[in-house]
Write a protein that binds this ligand. Structure first.
Ligand code: MIG
Length: 661
């Protein structure tokens, strides 16, 4: 059952699509059987005493565990590339939690600005949710299980976006591919070594001076022909689109946006100016439906050239510094920042940052993603001026919605790939997400795994992390182990930062191991894509924590390094270095399967309980649940080339499986 409560005058975020009469809050406890303290004095606070056995699921793209207890989290979309354990905010804002124990209650705090979740951090059994203004909708969902609550929630937020099948292929990315030749070299690196691949991503360097919807003609002469040549090799090129539009006379998108008033404005009505990659930019006012349709329409410039997939970046929105910020900085530290007057853009400020004295550097660092800047511009929401910080968490959602709505118009019969860095619940109807700038750390394999089911609860099914790690230098073993998790995540993309060690799979010794691991992905695509599409159609989760299916088994509930996938599979990737296997917990009898490097399958029935399983670097393990089976095909070089006539069924005899595509 879902109840909706209104506090104050909530902003219509459009996260929820189902229509409900909202009950005004009357001072009574609202949370099922749980007595709740709610205060609307001095902001909003919602607090109750958790049962010691309660597990708290949710929060989508958030740090720490699957069970969120014992820490605090703040929804405040942030471009922070250091996902260390103490961080409380990442790129998304997914304010949905499920408290699961004796009863099962889901809470969605539909509030578009900063909101904090203290889940047993200040006091171990106390859960407190706070935000500055008591203007929000609260949805309370009660159900028979965590699974049931998650499904009911999905039922009210609308169907999840479905990615095209090719997007289940493998993708290679790197910040730093500059030219058509660079990209061709990557494609040959994969094709010549027969490592399957379907996508190569184009990071910011393809653009002319980082201008959205432009392609640098020197680096990519005859881009349309290049896109076609890639298509012939079964490669989809996926360009990045950044939130900021470069200020430059003669750049049509800039000029149109200014003329039509489609950029975010300062209080005095002038267009707000922020520095991002292109130097000074304006932000499209994607909260204004007209401006959104206008910005979204620009994606057609690239689809007309043959592009059929995009990733949206910097849409928290990330701000290196604002005009106001630079002025303040100049006043504070004088000469040192004159060099950074903005003209040279962000590269300038970052390149020079090491050359300035310590105090100046501290201030410089502070002006990046400065919360003050978010109070310096406004949106036009149906004629009403709304200060950005009050709706901050909706920017990435609406930038991606702009693209999603437009792509549906541009090509109604075609599925396009679309995913975003920043998001709010509701964006799941338009695209997926990738989890941003992780690091080449072993701990980030596990963080990747833990985020997946939490994202699924919030509707985000097409998701994945930068495999191999974005920041810092990867190692061969880290990449192989991470790929063995990535085999199962809908988005399977190797991506890394400018200046890091080369990370394409063909850069390492024994390329056959990479060919094999990625080949396993292709062998499983009919199964994985079926489960993904079914999950989207039925409001189910593609990945689930073990506790969702085995809530009465405490060991299962506490297992946070294994996941259930669809109805048939459990995964348990290896995520530590220099080991020959790992311990797994089986809540019931399952078949342990390894895809061996010689193409054969290792199969062994393991009983309920704990097992140590050996998994070499070049083997991909999975578990098939009792009485179930999955389809497996032969490996292929691209999704297109998968031969369904090679399908065989793996698992328990006598089981049936329906392939959907
Ligand atoms: O300020 O476009 O998360 O994937 O490679 C960095 C360059 C901007 C951040 C994205 C990352 C991308 C990078 N971008």
């Amino acid at each position: 059952m879902v109840s909706k409560y209104a506090f104050g005058s909530p902003f219509e975020t459009e996260a929820v699509t189902a229509e409900f009469p909202a009950a005004a809050y009357t001072g009574q406890a609202v949370c099922g059987d749980i007595p709740v303290d709610i205060s609307v004095e001095n902001g909003f606070s919602f607090s109750f005493e958790m049962d010691s056995a309660d597990v708290v699921y949710g929060l989508g793209e958030a740090n720490r565990g699957i069970n969120k207890r014992g820490y605090r989290y703040v929804s405040n979309c942030t471009d922070d590339p250091h996902h260390t354990e103490e961080k409380v905010s990442l790129y998304g804002a997914h304010n949905f939690i499920i408290i699961s124990g004796k009863s099962h209650v889901g809470l969605f705090f539909d509030y578009p600005s900063t909101i904090s979740f203290d889940i047993g951090y200040t006091r171990p059994d106390r859960l407190t949710v706070r935000c500055e203004r008591a203007d929000l909708y609260l949805y309370v969902i009660t159900g028979g299980s965590a699974c049931d609550v998650a499904k009911q929630f999905r039922g009210i937020i609308g169907k999840s976006y479905i990615a095209p099948k090719y997007a289940f292929g493998f993708g290679q990315s790197r910040w730093g591919y500059k030219t058509a030749e660079d990209i061709e070299a990557v494609v040959s690196g994969y094709r010549d070594h027969q490592i399957p691949i379907d996508m190569v991503y184009m990071d910011i360097d393809y653009m002319q001076d980082y201008k959205d919807f432009t392609v640098n003609p020197e680096r990519f002469p005859d881009f349309a022909a290049f896109v076609q040549r890639m298509k012939e090799q079964k490669i989809h090129l996926i360009p990045i689109i950044d939130a900021g539009v470069k200020i430059e006379q003669g750049y049509d998108i800039y000029e149109e946006g200014v003329e039509k008033g489609y950029f975010c404005k300062r209080e005095d009505g002038s267009d707000f100016v922020a520095a991002v990659w292109p130097g000074w930019t304006h932000f499209p006012d994607v909260l204004n439906p007209e401006a959104r349709a206008w910005f979204g329409g620009k994606y057609q410039i690239l689809t007309d050239l043959g592009i059929d997939g995009f990733w949206n970046d910097m849409n928290e929105p990330a701000i290196f510094y604002s005009e106001e910020g630079i002025k303040e900085l100049n006043q504070a530290i004088g000469d040192h920042v004159r060099a950074f007057d903005g003209a040279g853009g962000a590269e300038n400020i970052l390149d020079n940052a090491h050359a300035v004295p310590h105090e100046a550097r501290a201030i410089l660092e502070q002006i990046q993603n400065n919360q003050e800047d978010y109070r310096r511009f406004y949106h036009n929401v149906n004629g009403k001026k709304v200060r950005h910080d009050l709706v901050h968490n909706l920017f990435g959602f609406n930038m991606t919605r702009a693209a999603g709505e437009a792509l549906r118009k541009i090509a109604p019969d075609k599925k396009m790939l679309l995913f975003s860095r920043s998001s709010y619940i509701g964006m799941h109807r338009y695209g997926g997400i990738w989890t941003g700038d992780n690091q080449s750390w072993w701990s980030h394999i596990l963080l990747n795994l833990k985020m997946m089911p939490s994202l699924n609860m919030c509707g985000f099914l097409y998701t994945g992390a930068d495999l191999g790690g974005f920041g810092s230098d990867t190692t061969r073993d880290l990449l192989l182990r991470w790929l063995a998790l990535g085999v199962f995540t809908p988005l399977m993309r190797n991506h890394t930062a400018l200046g890091t060690r080369e990370q394409e799979c063909y850069q390492f010794e024994h390329i056959e191991d990479f060919r094999h691991v990625i080949g396993v992905r292709y062998r499983l695509i009919p199964y994985l894509y079926s489960e993904y599409v079914k999950a989207a159609q039925n409001d189910d989760m593609y990945f689930r924590p073990l506790g969702f299916d085995y809530p009465d088994d405490r060991r299962a509930v506490e297992t946070e390094d294994q996941l259930l996938l669809g109805n048939e599979v459990m995964i348990a990737p290896v995520y530590t270095q220099n080991v020959s296997g790992r311990t797994v917990y089986l809540p019931e009898e399952m078949k342990f399967v390894k895809f061996m490097p010689d193409g054969s399958l290792y199969e062994e029935i393991l009983g309920q309980g704990t097992h140590y399983v050996e998994v070499a670097l070049n083997e991909v393990p999975l578990f098939i649940r009792k009485g179930r089976c999955i389809p497996v095909v032969d490996a292929a070089q691209s999704v297109d080339a998968i031969d369904m006539d090679t399908v065989q069924y793996l698992g328990y005899d006598g089981a049936a499986y329906e392939i959907v595509s």
